[in-house]
Design a protein around this ligand. Structure first.
Ligand SMILES: Cc1cc2nc3c(=O)[nH]c(=O)nc-3n(C[C@H](O)[C@H](O)[C@H](O)COP(=O)(O)OP(=O)(O)OC[C@H]3O[C@@H](n4cnc5c(N)ncnc54)[C@H](O)[C@@H]3O)c2cc1C
Length: 587
């Protein structure tokens, strides 16, 4: 079984030393969220994750969720753990105090998301979609609906889902067939089938609140005719008590490659009572509130799984002896595999990506809070543009890197990584869904290139690059070599952005075939930017924590020499165009 130690030291370093975004610090309500308070939260979070949730990873993998006589049963241990989880208030961490939440900012809840993703992604998913549904209801529903549904969701007694996918519509939601027929009392009757619904049914909560997209009888075809509905598993009476069963049933649950403890359900809606959320035919806009925040959280899933894969690979490399390293001149005994340059390179590759991603995510969390709560609307808008630009990047880069890192972890373990005992192959299988759900990574890249890059005349990417350049004006000689390397890659990003913008006009296939590479280039530049911020503190504060900062500087050195240069090759391959791809005749 894998082990896990929550990386509190690194998290606290970010919270104490990199929470220096002026706009973020102007948000009044977060002034009380002191480092001491955050440290306490993280220490408690580490305890429940390491002691209670981590063991559920193996239990869920070996005893997948089952559908038995119409009831979806979660794996052994889930019920007890979930009870403790909600008693300790973890579902309410980032929710509005008005509905019973603790009102913690994303700068804190993202750390919790990382820990629980590392411990057991399957278990996490039961509360994750609830928070997503909570956010959507909180933003778009009437006060009546909010008062009726949110307190129980915040408490964790009721959970939530996101019901978009149908047999014929995954990426292309305009094809959806689920119907909504308006009733004389203003409610709707929802009928249709949804598939692949995470936590669609289970035995952990008293009620499940489905957020369902459907087409009203008089709405147009395509995405312009989609509305959003709240459909509870059990009808909720006016006094808040649970009433009769609604017309929602579980057809089956999926047998999957990974996250086997998570219930992925086929749900049948048969004249189920639904309440419209937000304006008619604007359902996708409302749903995007949920999906955008969710996409960042899926990126964090990749980060969490990468961290546990790294920690276990590091321990194994310090135990396993094989072969002799190049520096061993004696004739006897084998060395620990951590002595081999190739293994060390793999470990540093993981570490430099993970710590860079964590710092980038922390920057993005601050921007998210600014975009939601800063009092100046102009500042809110600018932050919102950055969040919108970076959301597909974080979702895709972190989850793709999660595949690279879990695969490398398996390689470090050799045959023991491929067999089941050590739990390493499970990390690879569990992570494999993250580049697929919440919109595949290719769809994220297409969204970045065809929408985010050209929106507002391509202004956002220019602003983002200017923001990075401003941050590079650092008066510290030792950072110069890093800054020089980043500047070189910013030039590549600039050239690549111009190439893509031109291709969107002249050859959409060229732009489409280059979109994944473009996303990676932007992601690597953004991660390098985050590393520069880490380096700035590391040199400034060096004497106060030499060992920690020396490790940071050396890890950054690896990132800038071994990871960042991938930018050039992505650029070269992508700008070779698509003619030879599109002209090929597949037989
Ligand atoms: C375990 C699991 C949990 C899930 N949880 C949920 C959930 O809770 N709620 C929910 O609603 N859904 C959920 N999903 C569904 C998931 O979001 C979809 O599977 C995903 O969005 C992709 O849709 P699809 O499977 O229909 O693939 P398709 O849309 O058929 O795509 C197939 C391939 O074509 C590519 N492609 C599609 N369109 C384009 C295009 N325009 N340009 C270029 N390439 C394109 C895609 O990138 C992909 O590689 C879940 C799925 C799984 C497996």
């Amino acid at each position: 079984m894998t082990t896990y130690n929550a990386p509190i030291e690194d998290m606290m370093f970010l919270y104490e030393k990199l929470r220096n975004n002026k706009n973020y610090n102007e948000i009044e309500k977060y002034k009380e969220v002191t480092p001491d308070l955050v440290k306490n939260i993280l220490e408690e979070a580490a305890k429940i994750n390491q002691n209670i949730i981590l063991p559920l990873a193996k239990s869920g993998d070996e005893n997948p969720t089952i559908l038995e006589n119409g009831i979806v049963r979660t794996p052994p241990g889930y019920k007890e753990a979930y009870k403790k989880f909600i008693e300790d208030g973890w579902t309410s961490l980032s929710c509005d105090p008005k509905y019973g939440g603790q009102g913690m900012p994303k700068t804190v809840s993202a750390f919790f998301d990382e820990m629980i993703s590392a411990s057991s992604l399957s278990f996490k998913l039961y509360s994750e979609l609830s928070i997503g549904a909570y956010n959507c209801i909180h933003h778009h529903a009437s006060d009546l609906i909010k008062d009726k549904f949110l307190p129980k969701m915040v408490e964790g007694k009721w959970s939530g889902t996101m019901c978009l996918t149908e047999p014929v519509c995954g990426t292309d939601l305009g094809l959806l067939k689920t119907k909504a027929v308006e009733q004389s009392d203003g409610t709707f009757k929802i009928s249709g089938q949804k598939i692949f619904i995470t936590s669609g049914d289970h035995d952990l909560t008293e009620n499940i609140i489905h957020l369902v997209i459907a087409r009203a009888s008089d709405s147009p075809t395509g995405t312009k005719g989609i509305s959003l509905f709240l459909v509870p598993k059990f009808i909720v009476n006016n006094d808040g008590s649970i009433g009769s069963r609604n017309g929602v049933s579980t057809g089956s649950i999926e047998s999957k490659m990974g996250i086997k403890g998570s219930a992925t359900c086929v749900l049948n809606f048969d004249n189920a009572v639904g309440y419209m959320i937000g304006p008619k035919n604007k359902g996708l806009n409302s749903m995007f509130t949920m999906m955008n925040l969710e996409r960042i959280v899926v990126g964090i899933q990749g980060l969490g799984i990468s961290e546990i894969a790294y920690q276990n690979s590091l321990s194994y490399s310090k135990e396993r002896k094989q072969g002799k390293s190049n520096n061993n001149k004696s004739n006897n005994s084998a060395d620990l595999i951590i002595e081999h340059a190739d293994i060390r390179k793999s470990l540093l590759n993981m570490k430099s990506i993970i710590e860079g991603e964590r710092a980038l995510c922390f920057w993005l969390s601050q921007q998210t809070e600014v975009s939601l709560y800063h009092k100046d609307v102009k500042i809110r808008r600018e932050a919102s543009d950055f969040v919108s630009l970076m959301t597909p990047v974080v979702k895709s880069l972190f989850t793709d890197m999660g595949m690279e890192i879990t695969s490398d972890a398996m390689q470090i373990y050799g045959g023991y990584g491929y067999t089941k005992d050590q739990g390493i192959e499970q990390l690879y299988r569990d992570n494999r869904i993250t580049p697929i759900y919440e919109g595949t990574n290719s769809i994220q890249a297409i969204d970045l290139v065809f929408r985010k890059l050209v929106n507002k005349n391509g202004d956002v990417i220019k602003k983002y690059i200017n923001l990075i350049k401003k941050d590079l004006k650092i008066n510290e000689e030792k950072i110069e070599p890093f800054i020089k390397k980043l500047n070189k890659n910013i030039e590549v990003l600039n050239k690549f952005s111009d190439w893509i913008k031109e291709k969107i006009k002249s050859s959409k296939d060229d732009a489409n075939a280059a979109s994944n590479e473009y996303l990676k280039v932007l992601g690597l530049v953004a991660t390098a930017h985050a590393w520069i911020k880490v380096l700035e503190v590391s040199y400034k504060d060096y004497e106060n924590n030499k060992k920690f900062y020396e490790e940071k500087i050396q890890t950054a050195n690896f990132f800038f020499n071994r990871v960042l240069p991938r930018v050039e090759s992505y650029y070269l391959t992508a700008t070779s165009g698509s003619k030879y791809i599109m002209d090929f005749k597949f037989n």
